[in-house]
Ligand binder design. Sequence first.
Ligand code: ADP
Ligand code: MG
Length: 682
Amino acid sequence: MDNVLQQPVTQIKGIGEETSEALQEMGIKTIEDLLMHFPYRYEDYELRDLADVKHDEKVTVEGKVHSEPSLTYYTRKKSRLTFRLLVGRYLITVVCFNRPYLKGKLSINETVTVTGKWNQHRQTITASELKLGALPEKRDLEPVYSIRGALTVKGMRRFIKLALEQFGEAILDPLPETVRNAYRLVSKKEAIRAIHFPRSHEELKQARRRLVYEEFLLFQLKIHALRKVQREHSKGIAHTFSMEQLQEFIQQLPFPLTGAQKRVVQEIIKDMQSPYRMNRLLQGDVGSGKTVVAAIALYATVLSGYQGALMVPTEILAEQHAQSLQALLAPADVSIALLTSSIKGKKRKEVLEKLASGDIDIIIGTHALIQDEVNFHQLGLVITDEQHRFGVEQRRILREKGESPDVLFMTATPIPRTLAITAFGEMDVSIIDEMPAGRKKVQTYWVKHHMLERVLDFIEKEVQKGRQAYVICPLIEESEKLDVQNAIDVHSMLTHYYRGKYQIGLMHGRLSSEEKDEVMKAFSQNHVQILVSTTVVEVGVNVPNATVMVIYDAERFGLAQLHQLRGRVGRGDEQSYCILVADPKSEAGKERMRIMTETTDGFVLSEKDLELRGPGDFFGTKQSGMPEFKLGDVVHDYRILEVARSDAAKLIYSHAFWNDSSYEALRLYLQESGVLHGEKLD
Ligand code: ADP
Ligand code: MG
């Protein structure tokens, strides 16, 4: 927008110091701030037939007063006025609280317009607004604004109206005409006017569409500009190795790669060979085979004369990965080592020395890898698994242990595309969207709590066949203590129920990491047949002989988490089962259970989860790096997001964008946001 709009709101005739101060409290300082303070909803006084109105819905009706109003006082100030109103074929009751003065104004047969909540059972409207007379022929949608302090919604409407009257013409359009014409977008000036004071639903829709597109386009321009800058300025490692040697290695793997694995290996290898620093996210559902992809990439870095590091969030996982990589890389001549906090003393010293001298090619570890004492000879590739568990800071430290090593983030949380392109926009994304052949799908059932006994008998049958089971206890977000207590209770209940016939293990967050490891070891060696646990087993644990996953109070978990838990079974050759024990009260809860029984595809689930819970909740925490948009909603407006994304990518790499005067406003925006100087996105 133009500089004129950067002036303080006091420049608006009719806004004085007092109002200006009240507006400041809300962060509204300039005229632009005020114009960009959009309504969060609209009052819509559309007349509707009561037959179409649902219970508890807000409605506006027009009718004739049919009975003398009766007035009751509760206290001196609190009163209740009721009268009968004839609305078309309906005779309904209208209730007004604390407006005693209306009594004298309402006479029989007088036409009034009432807005309020419709109680279908009582055929009553509790009026929030009552106007004498009929509804005017042409009505606008009335904007409703968030306000604070001394401000009122009506006041806010007036201030914005004043701002538009005086400065509306000064609103410039950052979008060039070619772009606007291509999508038939209204001008910014028109859009801002219409988002505040729409004359129809259609006008509002067009205004929103236009502003959302601009918002997404600017965001995507920032991301693509940042990527371009990063690519052009990063002095990464250009890995050089013999492709034949790598192919030979792939040939002798115990199984052929799936099509999806081949594709992502290609993408990763291409990045590694290029002089750019790889910054890639590898997404693949649980069991889709990410480990072997990691092994291939690590081998490529070793073939190029560099070292590789794989960082995972827990010791159990580190050990498991070390074992799998040892096995996969056994035919190749590489040295692999493990580094966790339980590796101590002489052994630790030896690992650190060999790492610094280059005698270790591949290191697998936990946070231990990012400690100061860890030095690499020549780090070429860093891989992190289950990346959402690591902070941005930890990833940076590991990355800085080498000179611009390539970086690959692996995650088993399928991130819906819409979120991936917003939250991880500055990364390249590879997706393994195909399971290895012959995998049996986990059969999922939803049962109510009263059927628990049958579930326990089912577990017993599987255990008698030599299989094992997980029992996940309800999650209590507010209190780890209660969480643990729950697990202890379920553990003793099961011990009781099976009368000592089977070994029942207990796992929760209060155990030390040695204790946890011990429990996991016992379970993986089948010394323990049934493992009662809180959600700590969620990440990556691999016990192929376990075929039953029982999840208590499953409605408390999000779909993404349920899917992770279910991924703990179905890892061997036997048919596996997931049993959700839940009596969900909400529709959304029931829906989640249904979806779980219907699909095992993590991407389908994650899209559904996003729909049901919204982007804010998807990652569980606020640290997700999801940008907040003023108007745009990445779920509902994903089509606009996709279009804006591809437009932004084209623009950034076009000659016109950097030279044509029609793109000046957009270029200026990029300059001001700092991305052109290689600064980080916030
Ligand atoms: P995740 O993506 O969950 O880390 P893993 O890498 O642990 O999955 O792989 C799961 C299992 O599938 C492992 O036992 C692995 O050996 C096997 N696997 C991986 N890729 C293939 C393939 N192309 N064909 C057959 N089995 C495979
Ligand atoms: Mg894995």
